[in-house]
Design a protein around this ligand. Structure first.
Ligand code: SF4
Length: 218
């Protein structure tokens, strides 16, 4: 929460927290790097891109308080990972079971586009986090940047026998057996851009998390 490695992102988050959206004028925005959330004994990891400017950058919890979370958490509830459908704040009582949620970048980037340097800056946090999730079996990558982020992470971690990058082609629902015993599942990101256009439906995302559950032996 105290990390300042990306001056551009820290300034952007602070500015959003200062200006605020009219609908949230009464909120005290979180405005700091957003900690991950979930069950430390998780077998399934949901890996996202970055905090939403007026979602988790406001509430301080991944996918909480914006359209992406309003789409994601009911699916997680239906799939048995989340204790409730609604996610509005850090103290709304939500608990996750068997699932950990994190992202490749922990500060909201302008236009949802972190630079390669910012992705590299945040990578050690992801490495450390993954090293602590010792029960992990399945990683659901929410979006192409998260998918790429996982592949880079596995190479950084020195996983032996990784197939060439060309064997990993992103497609919604695609599964990849990894040499460390995990399975990666690619999914479209539950952004409004994808969900409002029907590119990603509730049924499509639910199928991904039910499959993750099955693969994780839950
Ligand atoms: S994006 Fe990650 S590395 Fe960059 S300032 Fe935020 S927490 Fe630190």
């Amino acid at each position: 929460m105290d990390c300042n490695l990306c001056p551009r992102l820290r300034a952007h988050c602070a500015e959003i927290a200062r200006v605020r959206r009219r609908a949230y004028a009464e909120w005290e925005y979180w405005g700091k790097p957003v900690p991950s959330f979930g069950d430390p004994r998780a077998r399934v990891l949901a890996l996202g891109l970055a905090p939403g400017a007026h979602g988790s950058n406001r509430t301080g919890r991944p996918f909480t308080g914006d359209g992406s979370g309003d789409f994601l958490y009911p699916v997680l509830h239906e799939a048995g990972f989340a204790s409730q459908r609604t996610a509005v704040s850090r103290d709304d009582g939500m608990k996750l079971h068997g699932l950990w949620i994190t992202s490749v970048v922990r500060c909201a980037p302008p236009g949802n586009k972190p630079t390669p340097e910012e992705l590299r800056n945040c990578a050690p946090w992801l490495d450390e986090e993954i090293s602590l999730l010792t029960n992990l079996r399945v990683v659901v990558c929410l979006g192409r940047i998260a998918f790429d982020g996982l592949l880079v992470q596995l190479r950084r971690a020195g996983v032996d026998g990784m197939p060439p990058r060309s064997s990993f082609v992103f497609a919604h629902g695609a599964e990849f057996a990894l040499p460390n015993g995990w399975t990666a599942i690619a999914s479209f990101h539950p952004s409004l851009q994808n969900t409002n256009t029907g590119k990603l439906t509730t049924e499509m995302l639910l199928a991904v998390f039910l499959r993750a559950r099955e693969l994780a032996g839950l």
